[in-house]
Design a protein around this ligand. Structure first.
Ligand SMILES: C[S@@+](CC[C@H](N)C(=O)[O-])C[C@H]1O[C@@H](n2cnc3c(N)ncnc32)[C@H](O)[C@@H]1O
Length: 285
């Protein structure tokens, strides 16, 4: 998009919002940040949320404390191709436990569900879900991972976005999978993420959260892509329950020092949103 057209588009968004303007900080492709800030400021906005060329005014209230450097997951941009070379295989050959837990999620909702891959990275899980007949889409904060996902899997909708302010309407999905994507969010903000998962799930839908786990308190652990936290499974389950979700199953795996990518304990929590069944399991009358 040309700079003038882009500036005009931003002005229109601001005008559309009307007074009082409640736009928030600009989070954007870095080279365009200055321009956007100037134009938004000229247009009378206080701040704005912008992502992958699209301004999302509807997310304003929930992302008001973000800045580019604070968005979790962005450090993956520095290792995007290496990440893809290592993990971009849609049969998840190195992760049989993960693959089967995701399959269980799909079987629980049944049919051809609409599934969100939240924090999709380079999109191999999204593609695996597509191969299983799901209408799957992916969202991730790291734009370079999203570029690689789009290049590898044309035809699948991959969006740059933040799991703390998902760019989807309420009850849009039958299922949500979050595979090791909540670990980079500061624990104080994880309730926001969980609230977003619950918001976009339809009643009766299911959520799978997979994460590095801790036998004791939730604690930071060393991770190549920046800050990360290992969660106590009960602590995460408690947050999910607080968001109105109900536990269906969990798999908690001890660390396997002899297995490269299972060197930390891991947990897989399956929850469902109360509501009419959208899968094969009958509910009581
Ligand atoms: C360990 S990787 C897992 C990627 C993918 N789920 C997979 O199975 O390969 C964590 C991913 O979560 C993303 N992520 C972390 N925090 C995020 C946030 N707040 N919003 C969106 N994506 C986030 C990172 O950019 C990264 O792609």
């Amino acid at each position: 998009m040309g700079a003038r057209v882009r500036a005009r588009a931003l002005e229109l968004v601001v005008a559309h919002l009307g007074a009082p303007k409640r736009l928030i900080e600009v989070r954007t492709e870095h080279e365009r940040k200055e321009h956007d800030t100037v134009h938004l400021s000229k247009a009378g906005a206080v701040k704005a949320y912008q992502c992958a060329g699209v301004v999302h005014p509807f997310t304003c209230d929930s992302v008001c404390s973000m800045t580019g450097s604070q968005v979790p997951g962005l450090a993956y941009n520095n290792h995007a191709q290496r990440y893809a070379d290592t993990f971009q295989d849609e049969s998840l050959p190195m992760f049989p436990l993960d693959r089967n837990m995701i399959r269980l999620l799909v079987d629980l909702v049944g049919g051809h569900p609409r599934v969100l891959d939240a924090g999709c990275g380079v999109g191999q899980v999204t593609k695996m879900l597509r191969n299983w007949g799901c209408d799957a889409v992916g969202v991730d904060a790291a734009n370079k991972l999203i570029e690689l996902a789009r290049a590898a899997y044309p035809g699948i909708a991959f969006t740059v976005g933040d799991i703390r302010a998902l760019p989807y309407p309420e009850e849009d999905f039958d299922a949500v999978v979050a595979r090791y994507s909540v670990i980079h969010t500061d624990p104080a903000q994880v309730p926001v993420v969980v609230g977003e998962f619950a918001r976009v799930l339809r009643p009766g839908g299911s959520l799978l959260v997979e994460f590095q786990s801790s036998g004791g308190a939730t604690h930071p652990f060393a991770h190549a892509a920046g800050p990360a936290w290992a969660w106590n499974p009960d602590g995460m389950a408690s947050l999910l329950s607080s968001a109105g979700l109900v536990e269906r199953a969990r798999l908690v795996c001890p660390a396997q020092p002899s297995i490269k990518y299972a060197g930390t304990s891991e947990a897989h929590l399956l929850f469902r949103k109360p509501g009419p069944p959208c899968g094969p399991e009958p509910l009581v009358d």
